[in-house]
Write a protein that binds this ligand. Structure first.
Ligand code: ZN
Length: 438
């Protein structure tokens, strides 16, 4: 098989002769449609800014994936969307799906067969990865090629061993910016959404995990690359616990929308308690303003460890320092995106080494801690969108026994984001009740 199958590479006009047109498709790297656009990332080329001394233009939007110029070509293998041959696939997953998970898994397969893409709206902790295994199996059986992608590297790394365990005989490929493995052809690829820029009409099914996460959300380059990587007959599955309104609108006409409102352990989501805190911004400045926070921490610690979300690093550091004075050394820690010990601290929290961990929004998704309560300081701060608040609330009671975990939104103004987050959580719990009574 041609190793370039499904890839697109940038070649100069001199190199083009090495890729004969009976086997390869040539596309100009940039197209003129009144304005000049890059065909790899769809960016508009600003001619005054992106011109070389010889009058050739280049794209600055996607240059991190290798320079692309107006006199170069995108080369890919011809005829990839055609009929596929069925093959045998060994599905080695040992787990068992719940009744609702089985229903969702069947819907995903049905939609795929009906040539329809799906948005799976599955609450935090619902076990959405397991629900997509059967549709992956179906596509592989039909000889198709599957990609599981996520905007976040840590999600990809976490997915990899689980997918490998479910399909032990497949040569699963894991790709991201600095991944150890170089590209090779594989029927089952796991990669970051950035890697999509290297693919062209490659996949019969692309599953995007955490589609609403940074940096995919709001990034038109990645969104264009994703659609380009899907073959013309291919289907998409978007996975999210918190679909933004614009995404729901975008897919309303063309996608099936499936909702999975029930957590894997069958308990409802924890509804946030919105508690007025007049001067939460001053909590680290004076004992008086700190008192309310301190009391809540002590109360929550009776049952669980506490994760405190803060809207800025500066605020977080001050509040953590103040809190530390009431605890034994090492029981309180803080973590942010620039922290070199980030992974280590997250691991320590998993091992329940800290009483209280302070964090910026970096821990809003993707992490699971047992026996946890959560406080959001200043839930009315603009960094906390509806999605962020739903994700944060979703950190509590994810696994293990029920331990009366609580979600506290301290605020001094109720925002639309807070209202929507609480409403959405209650609605999902209501939907879940319907499933539980079946
Ligand atoms: Zn570009």
């Amino acid at each position: 098989m041609n190793p370039l199958r499904g890839r697109q590479i940038v070649v100069s006009s001199e190199e083009l002769k090495n890729y004969p047109t009976n086997e390869y498709q040539h596309r100009e790297a940039m197209i003129l449609n009144q304005q000049l656009y890059c065909q790899r990332c769809n960016a508009l080329i600003i001619r005054q800014e992106n011109v070389l001394p010889n009058g050739v233009f280049f794209c600055s939007e996607c240059q991190e994936f290798g320079r692309i110029r107006s006199d170069s070509y995108l080369v890919s293998v011809r005829g990839q969307g055609g009929e596929k041959e069925e093959r045998s696939v060994n599905f080695t997953w040992q787990g068992k799906l719940t009744q609702l998970q089985t229903h969702i898994a069947q819907q995903l397969q049905k939609n795929y067969q009906a040539k329809q893409s799906t948005l799976l709206w599955a609450v935090t902790g619902s076990g959405k990865t397991e629900m997509v295994f059967p549709v992956i199996y179906l596509v592989l059986l039909k000889g198709g090629r599957v990609c599981m992608t996520s905007p976040r590297i840590d999600v990809c790394r976490e997915l990899y061993p689980r997918i490998v365990a479910a399909f032990q005989e497949e040569q699963v490929l894991l790709l991201y910016g600095n991944s150890k493995e170089k590209y090779r052809y594989s029927n089952l690829t796991i990669c970051t959404t950035h890697q999509m820029l290297h693919f062209y009409q490659a996949f019969d099914l692309i599953i995007v995990d955490e589609i609403d996460a940074f940096p995919y959300e709001g990034n038109s380059v990645l969104q264009f690359a994703l659609k380009n990587a899907l073959n013309p007959h291919g289907r998409l599955i978007y996975l999210t616990a918190t679909p933004p309104n614009h995404l729901l609108q975008e897919v309303q006409q063309t996608f099936a929308i499936e909702k999975s409102p029930l957590r894997f352990h069958q308990r409802p989501l924890i509804v946030p308690e919105c508690i007025w805190y007049n001067h939460w911004e001053q909590a680290s400045h004076s004992r008086f303003h700190f008192k309310k926070f301190h009391r809540m921490i002590l109360e929550l610690l009776k049952d669980n460890h506490v994760l405190v979300f803060c809207p800025s690093i500066q605020f977080m550091n001050r509040l953590a320092k103040q809190t530390q004075t009431y605890f034994i050394e090492g029981q309180v820690a803080s973590v942010n995106s620039t922290d070199p010990l980030r992974e280590e601290k997250v691991q320590k929290m998993r091992e329940k080494k800290y009483q209280v961990l302070f964090s910026t929004t970096i821990l809003e998704r993707g992490v699971t801690f047992e026996d946890l309560s959560v406080i959001v300081m200043g839930a009315n701060h603009p960094v906390y969108t509806k999605s962020a608040l739903v994700q944060i609330a979703g950190r509590v009671d994810r696994k293990g026994e029920y331990r009366r975990g609580r979600v506290i939104f301290f605020h001094n103004q109720k925002t639309i984001g807070m209202r929507q987050a609480c409403r959405e959580i209650k609605e999902m719990n209501q939907l879940a009740k319907g499933w539980l009574s079946k």
